[in-house]
Design a protein around this ligand. Structure first.
Ligand code: HEC
Ligand code: HEC
Length: 373
């Protein structure tokens, strides 16, 4: 009995020490994962382009408000979270932040005063942003964004969610290593696929809306090797479509149709609505040809091969049914690129399934054409 009491007492002491450590041990920041030359300068427009792709404005701009001046409300199951001002205003925003402060917010989810940000800021995805993109973003926010003085309302979640140190535990459980590494050799060995994977997993944070969340509320899958990755999540109480499963867009639509949907907001099957409309309007419509690599990656994350036949009259236009090709025709198709396969072999006959007919992107004056990495 005495031993039992001793053990319980020891556990309580260990628990208390751990708690004190979590609350008081200084927060560590992750060092840059790549070394760039000291005189490295971001290519013109890379920062603005990255900010678009990463949707910074969607969350950090209040409807009708100044760009990036914050105050937009994000409804979470724990209560309303207000986004912050991220213009370079020194008093009410991040104007005095160093590059290290900025990087820490993006990849560790911490502020210069070592406060933890709520994961409503998608640092779970941004954690893997390349150092070049971080520096380009910092440069853009500090020099090109207009400073706006705007003290945004403080987020006040009910107890225990107002105890931000608790997020530290969550970070320990959920966050992996910073930096981006393709999950399979297949993707790593194919420049287009790995670029597409980076854009979808990291900068474009598609998973923040399209991947279901597990018990911890973290995304239940970070890449194509996770069965749940991009299989449909939730945003603002609405479910988002599965992008990989048997009846999903990547199974039913051609590369061109996917590209049309992402960049122009509509194709023969569907037109964007809701949150996806915002994603296209504020972000995806601006992607350049190189970044349409997302489509190749999206296609190769599909769970099972199906080939879409031309729609018959009765099926048009919404039907998502597919019919497998007869074996004789299948032999004539290009080999399926299944990026979830852990294989290093490239297609032996050199044939790859990339975007067949490039879709001309809209060419409004304001669109960016900078080329990326
Ligand atoms: C899905 C919405 C969302 C997106 C997209 C988003 N943020 Fe945030 N961000 C937030 C929220 C919410 C907070 C505040 C979190 C909190 O209060 O803990 C925040 C906080 C921050 C902070 C901390 C500011 C401060 O004063 O503490 C910085 C810096 C920041 N975001 C930069 C960015 C950048 C740069 C991008 C684009 C690369 C971006 N955010 C994209 C939601 C978002
Ligand atoms: C802010 C949340 C959000 C983000 C971020 C987001 N999506 Fe979506 N997406 C949605 C919603 C919601 C829909 C459903 C739209 C509708 O019903 O019209 C959707 C629909 C789609 C569809 C059509 C699927 C279908 O079956 O109709 C595709 C394809 C798609 N998204 C791809 C992407 C890609 C690729 C990214 C990342 C670059 C992305 N989405 C990022 C919320 C999001």
């Amino acid at each position: 009995m005495k031993t039992l009491i001793r053990i319980v007492a020891d556990l309580v002491v260990i628990g208390l020490v751990a708690l004190v450590a979590i609350i008081f041990v200084p927060v560590q920041r992750t060092a840059p994962t790549e070394k760039l030359a000291a005189d490295w300068q971001p290519p013109a427009e890379l920062g603005e382009y990255g900010a678009r792709l990463a949707d910074c404005a969607v969350c950090h701009t209040k409807p009708g408000g100044e760009p990036f001046a914050g105050g937009h409300t994000i409804e979470s199951p724990m209560g309303d979270i207000y986004t912050t001002n991220i213009t370079p205003d020194p008093e009410t925003s991040i104007g005095k932040w160093s590059l290290d402060d900025f990087r820490a917010a993006l990849i560790d989810g911490v502020t210069p005063s070592s406060e933890h940000l709520y994961p409503a800021m998608p640092y779970e995805n941004y954690r893997h942003i390349s150092e070049a993109d971080i520096r380009a973003l910092y440069d853009y926010f500090m020099h090109d964004v207009k400073p706006v003085t705007n003290q945004v309302a403080e987020t006040k979640l009910p107890f225990p969610f107002n105890q931000r140190w608790g997020i530290r535990l969550w970070n320990w459980v959920v966050l992996g290593h910073a930096g981006f590494k393709p999950a399979t050799d297949k993707v790593a060995n194919d420049e287009q696929l790995s670029h597409g994977a980076y854009l979808m997993q990291v900068l474009g944070n598609c998973g923040s809306c399209h991947t279901p969340r597990g018990l911890t509320m973290a995304q239940a899958g970070a890449n194509e090797t996770d069965a749940k990755f991009l299989t449909g999540g939730e945003i603002g109480g609405w479910s988002t479509p599965n992008l990989r499963g048997p009846k999903s867009a990547s199974q039913q639509w051609s590369a061109d149709e996917l590209k049309m949907y992402l960049t122009a907001g509509r194709n023969a099957h569907s037109a964007v609505a809701g949150e996806m409309k915002l994603a296209v309007q504020e972000s995806l419509q601006y992607i350049n040809e190189k970044d349409a690599a997302m489509v190749s990656y999206l296609l190769c994350t599909r769970s099972a091969p199906t080939v879409r036949l031309p729609p018959t009259r009765r099926q048009r236009p919404q039907t998502r049914r597919t019919t497998p090709l007869p074996a004789s025709m299948r032999r004539m198709m290009p080999p399926r690129r299944n990026c979830a396969a852990r294989s290093t072999s490239r297609q032996a006959n050199g044939s790859t399934w990339t975007i067949a007919v490039p879709v001309t992107l809209p060419t409004d004056a304001g669109r960016l054409r900078s080329s990326r990495r």
